[in-house]
Design a protein around this ligand. Structure first.
Ligand SMILES: Nc1ncnc2c1ncn2[C@@H]1O[C@H](COP(=O)(O)OP(=O)(O)OP(=O)(O)O)[C@@H](O)[C@H]1O
Ligand SMILES: [Mg+2]
Length: 274
């Protein structure tokens, strides 16, 4: 008798095998665990580069669930989420979209920047994110009942979006929410030092610049310097680039074109790198 054919794992590519580095900031890990225990759909909101994606990667690893991620945009259609018929050598074949793949086989599905998707696209998540937990595939004539391990997580940045780009109340009210922000200086210093591979004193100088920039938001800056940008600056400095040149390239120039704001940012860099 021949050995049974190996069962292929449709989520193999989405399994996280190595623990992602994540430095918890408040009680978000425990809160996520409670939400996951009941498979509550979750919104992660917060400014760009503050750790939302890293957090969901870490939680997926901790819970032992695969993570299927999709970045949303305004051209996205429902078929991009649920799937479509594709033509191949053997005729037409149904291809599950990322949402269907996650719901069918029990992954965490993470829709990044969900408000970028059109509202008529996002409604496909409705039956999945209420007590029904199911996904009708109209074009295929199939009703997928979500796997018990499936959870939907979405993220968005409340800072720079217009009212037109808000979620419909009927979408929004299907989710519990966790709010993220840049961590306090001590924690952010630890993260930047770890991620850029620099010492804590240098990371603290960079964090000082970022904190000053975040105060410039009242003066017309859309977003302050993110943790992500600080890591870029740290990496260049570690590589031997002079600190001021690194900051000019990764923090100042990268953030704005406005001459007044550029001058204000340069002053901050000068103050922290005398
Ligand atoms: N709490 C944290 N622990 C570990 N690393 C962190 C943390 N917060 C931020 N980082 C670092 O900052 C980088 C940017 O974070 P991440 O990509 O998760 O931001 P984001 O909130 O998803 O941003 P965006 O909204 O632009 O997608 C990460 O790659 C990671 O290196
Ligand atoms: Mg992200």
């Amino acid at each position: 008798m021949s050995a049974p054919a190996p069962v292929s794992d449709p989520l193999a590519a989405y399994r996280i095998t190595e623990a992602p580095y994540y430095r918890p900031c408040s009680g978000e890990v425990a809160l996520y665990q409670h939400a996951y225990a009941h498979r509550l759909p979750l919104i992660l909101k917060g400014p760009t580069g503050c750790g939302k994606t890293r957090f969901v990667e870490y939680m997926a690893w901790k819970l032992g669930r695969p993570l299927v991620t999709l970045a949303c945009n305004e051209d996205m259609t429902a078929a991009d989420l649920v799937g479509r018929w594709l033509l191949d050598a053997d005729g037409t074949r149904w291809h599950d979209g990322p949402l269907t793949l996650a719901a069918r086989h029990g992954a965490i599905c993470y829709l990044d920047e969900v408000v970028e998707a059109r509202q008529d696209t996002t409604v496909v998540i409705h039956p999945l994110t209420d007590a029904r937990r199911m996904l009708p595939l109209d074009r295929k004539g199939e009703l997928v009942h979500a796997h018990p391990d499936f959870q939907l997580v979405v993220s968005y940045n409340p800072g720079y979006q217009s009212a037109a780009k808000d979620m419909k109340p009927s979408t929004r009210q299907r989710f519990a929410a966790l709010e993220f922000d840049y961590p306090d200086a001590t924690v952010e210093t630890e993260i930047v030092a770890h991620e850029a591979g620099i010492d804590a004193a240098l990371a603290a100088q960079l964090v000082g610049v970022a904190q000053g920039s975040r105060a410039l938001r009242q003066q017309g800056l859309d977003e302050g310097i993110s943790t992500r940008m600080l890591i870029y600056a740290g990496i260049l400095i570690r590589d031997g680039v002079a600190p001021r040149d690194s900051c000019e390239m990764t923090l100042t120039r990268a953030l704005t074109d406005d001459p007044d704001l550029l001058a204000a940012l340069r002053q901050l860099v000068d103050a922290h790198f005398p």
